[in-house]
Design a binder for this molecule. Structure first.
Ligand code: ZN
Length: 681
């Protein structure tokens, strides 16, 4: 039944919705540039968030079968949204639906303070896929009164649909101490019971560790990613059991929809992609993690398909123990012009590996399958939406990466949109002391960022190897931070290599110096604008940047490589010696690689705890004050475009790219038409 419903909803005939010319080329014609510039890049702003749009240049020129494939994959991408809501917190779907009921049915004054505050809260819940901030993981504070809210619930919410006690609902929203953080990775706490995420229930960290330690075969050279696609909890008898996310298992009704659209996609895909999609479908049917490995091996080997996608339980950042994966999806196609850039990096991958400033024992003898490409993203879903990464490097299983390589992409239409939205916001003028640094960033900033991302994704994550006897996973809760640091350091080190000029990637090392000045400033100072005063750095990418910058500052102190400068009561960071800084990046890379290769948990823990976590409160306060004066929202996310089938005599004759600009409309549309899970799962 549900299949038919979803299908009918999707076959929407092309209406008179406005479209616009979305072509963006390296040298745009005057008309194209004008068209593009007339559209606002920022569609909505609330709290610490701004919502942007992105364009999908080149879609119109794709052949019909590829457009159709993108359409079906895009549908599959939209169908998993509820899964992520539920993974993030057990009561997220209940809360979202309650808020949406009030929001859509409300008959009172929509400009009243209470309603406005609830609207803001709902927008934040949509953005974070739940009631905890997508970056800080802290629970949102409701700025509307509890009594007012309970009146609205009584008036507009069907008691049949509210699956939990009202008191509990109100306590979750209004009691600050209850479920206060989605992810607690503080040293020494029970990270499982202290985190509100829904990957575990009724079990302690000790029990989880024991459960998986017993499951894992320490001698398997191709270890299964146990726990990746399941919730761990206790059954009625008190036995610890996994509830697997698969057809017929947990999240079945959403997975059924995903599979439905994947089958449509497989029908129009060509080989090898057809088999790849079928392997994924089979994994969703069985929940068998060996099947997931088989799918990943096929997927990573496919470098010929122009259209590509990610769909499944992929990243483990949302699990305090780094084992369970959140659902995400993207659909993309090749950006052939920008691909030239990463092709050069790919061609030189072995040179990078052979010359890496690390212990030769940890260098890969043969760098395999560094598939480097730049993509244009066509749809974002799950954990990639609305907040989205600017690069993807998959698969995650170390042994597959080692034997089959990994696929790395950078998403150019997203970085392009970021760049456009950020122009002229006054940020560099406020935080960067030297005119020469600001000039370099103005001139080379986009290229420097792109290349750093390319190097990070194409070569950084894929480089190096584990020492014999190291399985991966030894670094536990420090894994992501150290892995991100390793990839970032690889990128930073090589960005400043004369080789980059030699192979034509950059006109001069000024590109690298632009990135260095920016990176240090961000790592030791400006990124704190994203953190509430008094809080530590928690997110692994932020930790990694702080770790690198602080470590280099300390180690370069005697030579004054990086300097704190005070001017007119404001603090600035100045890099005095770029070459010396590059050397320090190399030294730290060597150490982080050693830690990963050896699985040296203690050394990894010390690095992170000493350099990456604590913020000087005086500095933090100053950064927030200066930043807030600029009125910039620190976080951005995106509204998706939409795709509509054009039908004639029962046949698909074209697929139209449609831009729906309103953030609220899109969220309500997804909640209405792509919501397949019960409120409690
Ligand atoms: Zn990374």
């Amino acid at each position: 039944m549900q299949k038919t419903r979803a299908f009918l909803i999707a076959i929407i005939m092309t209406l008179t919705l406005s479209t616009f010319n979305s072509c963006r080329q390296t040298t745009p014609t005057v008309e194209q540039e004008q068209t593009s510039e007339q559209m606002p890049w920022i569609l909505d702003k609330f709290d610490d968030i701004k919502v942007l749009r992105y364009e999908v240049p080149g879609f119109e020129n794709l052949p019909l079968n590829q457009k159709e494939l993108i359409y079906y994959l895009a549908q599959a991408t939209k169908c998993g949204r509820d899964i992520l809501f539920d993974q993030n917190f057990k009561y997220n779907l209940t809360i979202r639906r309650t808020l949406e009921s009030i929001y859509t049915k409300y008959e009172g004054d929509r400009t009243s303070a209470e309603f406005k505050a609830m609207e803001k809260y709902l927008k934040k819940v949509w953005f974070a896929n739940g009631i905890h901030h997508h970056y800080s993981n802290d629970k949102f504070r409701a700025e509307f009164p509890r009594t007012w809210f309970s009146q609205q619930v009584d008036k507009y919410v069907d008691p049949q649909e509210l699956k939990i006690e009202k008191e509990l609902l109100y306590n979750i929203i209004f009691d600050e101490k209850l479920y206060s953080t989605r992810l607690n990775q503080k040293d020494g706490v029970d990270m499982v019971t202290e985190s509100a995420c829904n990957y575990y229930e009724g079990v302690t960290m000790k029990e989880v560790d024991k459960f998986y330690t017993e499951l894992i075969d320490q001698n398997d050279p191709r270890p299964i990613s146990y726990g990746l696609n399941s919730k761990l909890m206790k059954d009625e008898k008190g036995n610890i059991v996994e509830r697997t996310w698969k057809l017929g298992g947990m999240y079945s009704s959403a997975i059924q929809q995903i599979v439905f659209w994947l089958e449509k996609a497989a029908a129009v895909a060509e080989e090898p992609q057809k088999s790849i999609i079928n392997a994924l479908i089979n994994y969703y049917r069985t929940g068998d993690l060996r099947e997931f490995d088989r799918y990943n091996i096929l997927w990573v080997g496919d470098n010929v398909s122009n259209v590509d996608f990610v769909n499944g339980f992929i990243e483990d950042y949302g699990d305090p123990l780094g084992r369970k994966a959140s659902w995400e999806g993207t659909v993309n196609f090749m950006d052939s012009v920008a691909c030239r850039r990463t092709q050069i990096i790919s061609e030189n991958a072995q040179w990078f590996e052979d010359n890496a400033p690390i212990d030769p024992a940890f260098r890969k003898k043969e760098v395999k399958g560094v598939s480097a490409k730049v993509i244009t993203v066509a749809m974002l879903g799950g954990d990639c939406y609305p907040s989205t990464p600017i690069g993807i490097n998959l698969p995650n299983a170390d042994w597959i990466r080692k034997e089959y390589g990994s696929k790395s992409v950078t998403i150019d239409n997203i970085t392009y949109a970021y760049d456009k939205a950020a122009q002229g916001n006054g940020f560099n003028e406020e935080f960067m002391l030297r005119e020469e640094d600001r000039e370099r960033i103005k001139k080379h900033g986009k290229l420097a960022d792109d290349l750093h991302t390319d190097l990070h994704e194409c070569s950084g994550h894929g480089s190096g190897q584990l020492a014999p006897g190291t399985k991966g996973g030894e670094l536990k809760n420090y894994t992501s931070t150290l892995e991100e640091a390793r990839a970032d350091l690889f990128g930073l080190y090589y960005l400043g290599d004369p080789k980059m000029v030699e192979i034509g990637l950059i006109p001069s090392l000024d590109v690298a110096w632009a990135q260095y000045a920016d990176y240090i400033m961000n790592g030791m100072m400006t990124q704190f604008s994203r953190i509430e005063l008094g809080k530590d750095v928690e997110e692994s990418h932020m930790r990694n940047r702080k770790l690198i910058a602080e470590w280099c500052y300390e180690k370069g102190k005697k030579d004054n490589v990086i300097e704190w400068v005070k001017k007119d009561g404001k603090s600035y960071l100045v890099v005095n010696d770029f070459q010396a800084l590059r050397k320090l990046f190399g030294e730290l890379l060597k150490e982080v690689q050693r830690i990963k290769s050896k699985g040296d948990y203690e050394a990894g823990r010390k690095l992170v705890e000493n350099y990456a976590v604590k913020i000087d409160p005086e500095l933090h306060k100053e950064v927030l004050e200066r930043y807030n004066k600029l009125g910039i929202e620190p976080y951005s996310g995106f509204v998706n475009p939409d795709y509509e089938l054009v039908m004639q005599d029962g046949k698909v004759t074209d697929v139209k790219l449609v831009y729906k600009y309103n953030y609220t409309e899109q969220m309500l549309d997804y909640s209405k038409n792509y919501s397949f899970l019960p409120s409690i799962n």
